[in-house]
Write a protein that binds this ligand. Structure first.
Ligand code: ADP
Length: 476
C-alpha cells in the first residue's frame, strides 16, 4: 500500500516538475505555478490510467486466463493476482481430486456384476453401468436423460414403476429372454436424495434354474421312491390280510425284495451323486492301472450278464480289450463306478444274443479313450442330449425292469468332468450305441518303458462310490 501511495505521489511530483520545466522554457503568459499544478494533475491521471490498465489485465486473466501463468508480479495488483492464482489452483486441485474420486466410484459401479442405474426426480436416466445397459437393452450414452418408463416396456416393470412401492424386488424377463433360453432379472428401486431413485438389477437365471432343478429333483426322487414303496405296502397288506399258501407267500416275498432292492439302488445312486458333488476334485496322488480296471470290469460284467440272463442261450458276447498299459490318474473308485455304469447299461439294454466290446486305448494325442459299444436297441437322436440328466430315461419300463435308477449316466458324466474328461455318446436306433469317456493326456500316466506283456497290477479295491446297480448285481 505504501508503494502504491509512493508511486502515486512520485508520478504527481514528476508531473509537477515536468509542468514547471515546460513553463520555464516556454514563454506562455501564465505563471509557473499553474504549470506545476497542471503537471501534478496530469501525473495523477497518468498513474490512474496505468493502474486501471493493470486492473483490467487482471480482470481479463481472472475471466479467461490460465491459473498456471502469473498475470503480473508487482504491486497491489500483482499480489491480488498471486492470491487469486493460489485460490484458483487450490480449487482446481480439489475439483480434480473429487473428479478422480467420482471416476473411481463410477469405475467400481461399472465393474459391479449387478446393474446400477441412477434416475433423477423425473425418472430420467442420469447414469447407468454396462450391466444395466445389457439387462435392459439400453445404450449407456445415447439413453442418458431419457425417461426410463419410455425405454423399458415390460408390463410388469411398468406397473412396478408406476405404483412406486419399492419394498420388494420385481422378477422380470431379461431383454435377451426367449422361450428356449429364458433370462430372469431381479430388479429393485431404492429411493434416495431428493426424489431420486437407485435401480439395482441382477441376473438370477442361474439361481432360478438351480431352484427349478432342486424342485424337479425332489419331485423325481419322491416319485421314484413312492412307486416301489406303494407296491411294497400293497404286498405287506396282502400278506397280512389274505390267507396265502407257501408258494404264493414266497412269490410275494420275492417281489417285495425286488422293490426293496430298487429303493436301495436309488438311495445308493443318490448318495454317490451327492458325494461326487461334495468332494474336492480328484488329486494327482491317486491312480488306477488300466489293466486292473479292465479286469475288474470284465469280471463284474460277465457276472452281471449271467445274472441278467439266467440260462439264456446264446449269451451276450462280451469282449474286453485293454490296449493301454498305463494308469489313469484320479479317484479309482469314481473311475470304476463310471466305467462300470457304462458296461452295466450295455449289458442291461442289449438283448442276450447281442455283443458288447469294452476297449481302453491310447489316442494319437496321448489322451485315453474308454469305449463301450453294444449292438443293443440304440437311442433316437432326440434323446441323446438329455441322457445325462438325472432320472431321464428313454424307455422307463425297460430301465426299471433291469434295475435302472435313471442316474447312471449322470454319475458317468460327473466323474468324467471331475477328471477333466468328456462323455461322448453315439447311437443308431436299431443298430447299437457307443459310449466313450475320453481323459485328457494330463490324466494318463504311461509306463516308463513299454513292457513286453502287460503288468499284473493288483485288482482295484472295492469301489465305495460304485453305483449300487453295478455293485449289487455283481455281488449277486
Ligand atoms: P438307467 O438307470 O435308466 O439305465 P442311465 O442314466 O444309466 O439310467 O441311462 C439313461 C437312459 O439311457 C436309460 O434309461 C436308457 O434308456 C438309455 N441308455 C443308456 N445306456 C444305453 C444303452 N447302452 N443302450 C440303449 N439305451 C441306453
Amino acid at each position: 500500500m505504501f508503494l502504491r501511495f509512493f508511486s502515486f505521489t512520485l508520478s504527481q511530483l514528476l508531473g509537477g516538475l515536468a509542468g514547471w520545466f515546460v513553463m520555464s522554457i516556454t514563454y506562455v503568459p501564465i505563471t509557473d505555478l499553474a504549470g506545476v499544478l497542471a503537471g501534478v494533475v496530469l501525473g495523477g491521471v497518468t498513474w490512474f490510467l496505468l493502474d486501471a490498465t493493470r486492473g483490467v489485465r487482471l480482470l481479463r486473466w481472472l475471466r479467461v486466463g490460465d491459473a498456471a501463468e502469473v498475470a503480473m508480479r508487482t504491486g497491489l495488483w500483482g499480489e491480488v493476482s498471486d492470491r487469486a492464482r493460489r485460490v484458483i489452483r487450490a480449487r482446481e486441485r480439489e475439483t480434480q481430486e473429487s473428479q478422480h474420486r467420482l471416476q473411481d466410484f463410477l469405475s467400481a459401479l461399472q465393474a459391479s456384476p449387478n446393474g446400477v442405474l441412477l434416475l433423477d426426480a423425473n425418472g430420467q436416466i442420469e447414469w447407468l453401468n454396462q450391466t444395466a445397459a445389457a439387462h435392459f437393452g439400453l445404450d449407456a450414452q445415447r439413453d442418458l436423460m431419457q425417461h426410463l418408463g419410455n425405454l423399458v416396456r415390460d408390463p410388469g416393470f411398468a406397473s412396478y414403476f408406476a405404483q412406486r412401492d419399492f419394498r420388494h424386488a420385481l422378477i422380470m424377463p431379461g431383454r435377451e429372454s426367449t422361450a428356449a433360453r429364458p433370462v430372469k432379472l431381479s430388479v429393485q428401486l431404492h429411493p434416495y436424495g431428493n426424489g431420486r431413485l437407485l435401480l439395482l438389477s441382477s441376473d438370477i437365471t442361474a439361481v432360478e434354474q438351480a431352484e427349478a432343478m432342486r424342485r424337479d429333483f425332489v419331485a423325481n426322487v419322491s416319485h421314484e421312491i413312492r412307486t416301489p414303496l406303494t407296491v411294497l405296502a400293497g404286498f405287506v397288506e396282502t400278506l397280512q390280510t389274505l390267507p396265502l399258501n407257501d408258494e404264493e407267500r414266497q412269490r410275494y416275498l420275492t417281489l417285495m425284495a425286488q422293490q426293496a432292492d430298487r429303493m436301495q439302488s436309488l438311495v445308493n445312486d443318490l448318495l454317490v451323486l451327492s458325494r461326487l458333488e461334495g468332494r474336492p476334485l480328484p488329486s494327482d496322488a491317486e491312480a488306477i492301472a488300466v489293466p486292473a480296471l479292465m479286469r475288474q470290469l470284465e469280471q463284474d460284467g460277465r457276472a452281471l450278464s449271467a445274472v441278467m440272463n439266467p440260462g439264456a442261450e446264446p449269451r451276450h458276447q462280451l469282449r474286453f480289450e485293454s490296449l493301454l498299459s498305463g494308469d489313469i490318474v484320479g479317484a479309482p473308485s469314481e473311475l470304476l463306478s463310471a466305467m462300470g455304469n457304462l458296461v452295466s447299461n450295455a449289458i442291461r439294454y442289449t438283448p442276450p444274443a447281442g455283443s458288447i466290446v469294452v476297449r481302453a486305448r491310447l489316442l494319437a494325442d496321448d489322451r485315453a479313450e474308454f469305449s463301450v459299444s453294444d449292438t443293443g436297441p440304440g437311442i433316437a437322436p432326440e434323446h441323446l442330449p438329455r441322457l445325462t440328466e438325472r432320472f431321464y430315461r428313454v424307455d422307463r419300463s425297460r430301465s426299471r425292469d433291469t434295475g435302472g435308477t435313471g442316474l447312471g449316466l449322470a454319475i458317468v458324466k460327473h466323474v468324467a468332468q471331475r477328471h477333466g474328461g468328456e462323455l461322448i455318446i453315439d447311437s443308431t436306433p436299431g443298430k447299437g450305441s457307443v459310449f466313450k469317456i475320453i481323459f485328457p493326456a494330463s490324466r494318463v500316466r504311461l509306463p516308463k518303458e513299454a513292457p513286453a506283456s502287460l503288468p499284473a497290477a493288483p485288482a482295484a479295491s472295492a469301489p465305495d462310490l460304485a453305483s449300487s446297480r453295478w455293485s449289487q448285481t455283481t455281488e449277486s
